[in-house]
Design a protein around this ligand. Sequence first.
Ligand code: ADP
Length: 290
Amino acid sequence: DVVVVGSVNADLIVRVDRRPAPGETVFGGDLAVHPGGKGANQAVAAARLGARVALLGRVGSDANGEFLRRALSGDGVDLGHLLETPGPSGVALITVGPDGDNSIIVSPAANGRLSEDDVAAAAGLLDRARIVSLQLETPLATVLAAARAAARVVFNLSPPAPVPGELLARCDPLVVNEHEAEFLLGERGAPDRQARALLALGPRSVVVTLGADGAVVAEPGAVTAVPSPRVAPVDTTGAGDAFTGALTWRLSRGDDLVTATEFAVRVGAASVRKPGAQGSYPYLEELKVL
Ligand code: ADP
């Protein structure tokens, strides 16, 4: 139903009381290693809900590559197009400070090698998919090639970076959080105004996610606010990826954008009730309580 083209990372997480200054060494807590990367997160979010999902991406030939493959296949993601690059897999080095604030260094490694040729080689897969989900942790040229090959594109402008108008014009929807919206527009503003202004940049539709406040959907002629269920947040890491994975799956099933967003905010809300990214993503049964 769904194809995700994107990144696969090992998240290496250490808690610290404070971050080291240049030249300094500090002690941290025990290392936690979790599967991550925006592409993999979205694929797992959709797969846990029951989607058939394939991930086009690259991992390295190292132990992390093995670990990441195992995690994805354990969640039922189709790995027929997960390619291997000699050398290291993508890694996110994450320190978590006393307030729960993250500092992150991403080493794209194998993700940086996902190429336009890889997209061309997966033409059959992209042809069969009704919908392809894209983000920006792989090279922009690759993302653009995938967007050109796809029947319908869900694009999450994350991490935020300048993109060509052609890519925006293919988005249906463009998905951004408030920071990414501000990046594209160059100014803050009320969410409905931001969503309308983003639509004027050329995408066919827009979804702006608003954390605890849910999301706002902009389509030609209509702006719709979609509130999120109220939950006690434990860890919001990966909420946007859970949201986008869920949204993409429901769109592939034929939902209209507002209906799909009403479903996706429940998945996003469920994901913040547990720690971590993929580990917090709900199965369909768990959603019934929200
Ligand atoms: P990102 O993770 O990209 O910053 P958001 O913070 O906007 O994105 O979160 C994405 C979605 O996750 C929201 O639309 C909402 O459904 C859900 N969500 C995030 N934070 C909360 C929260 N504190 N309470 C309820 N839902 C939340």
